[in-house]
Write a protein that binds this ligand. Sequence first.
Ligand code: PMP
Length: 361
Amino acid sequence: MSTVLNFNAGPSMLPPAVLQQVQAELRDYRGSGMSIMEMSHRSKEYEAINSHAESMFKQLLGVGEGYRVLFIQGGASMAFAQVPMNFLKPGDTADYLITGAWAEKAYQEAATVGSVREAASTKEGGYRCVPRPAEIRLSPNASYVHLTSNETIQGIQWHTYPDVGDRPLVVDMSSDILSRPVDANRFALIYAGAQKNLGPAGVTAVIVRESWLGQASQRIPTMLRYATHAKNNSLYNTPPTFGVYVLDLVLEWISKSGGLEALGERNHSKAELLYEAIDRSKNFYRGHAEPESRSMMNVTFRLPSETLEKQFLAESQKAGMVGLAGHRSVGGIRASIYNAMDVGTCQTLASFMNDFSRRNG
Ligand code: PMP
């Protein structure tokens, strides 16, 4: 079997131990004589996975009984519309903090549903940082405030979430969920596509405060109401059963790896290896993010020319590293180093970077 060092931005690498377990259980799920993909979502086996995943998720995030964890579909892109459909009351406004391409998309999509405003934007500076507290202008009665915890394309991350008073805070955590300890109780709603830190594509995790759910609109289609999925324990319709099964194994893996505290430290050291290589290169590599907003998940940088960037990608690929091209909208290099990646792989990339800049600088 050949494997590569996988820096893909999402879908991205999964913990090898999880893949091995999936393989071992594929044809005969724990003595049932069939694969998890072949059994009813109402079976006792699947119900056990579904409820274990919800309680494990709550435990890892440190949220209590006042929250529900839902496993639904549509990706974060669906949530961009679904959040305002549920929670943006007619005549009211929602505040958006615009920090990059994904926050922009969330804002634009919400604008198709109701009235939204930019409470801050770092677009003018080229999305290199999150706004400082003094730059954020919140409306007094915002239905909610929305932010993007980690901008996957630009490589920008919030390291301290802003104080929004008693306005409900909604966060798109698609690319950094469960990667570090957070005070999840501060959020009214967290959503994330699974395909980076949680499992395979096709599952969207939604963590929602139950008291807020009680205020959601009833005037939208059944499938789009978060309350429908909460009331039915994510089993209103056929869920993406295989994806939730793998997600549950990933949650177990996170717990066995020491939980968010341990993963946070590991993710920090991984990112440090790459940022050190950037900083040490005396401007050969130019990091996109300002140091205080550097992402621990997506490390983005440019080289002195596009020709050198092409050469970097070709040579790194020969050395077994894939997925390092920056997003097509911004170019350059992006190393996505989510939870499943080990320190050694980041070390390999950092050594390659040091060597490449020495040879070409
Ligand atoms: N938000 C962020 C921060 C993302 O990184 C992505 C996907 N890369 C999305 C939203 C869109 O997610 P999906 O493809 O699951 O709809």
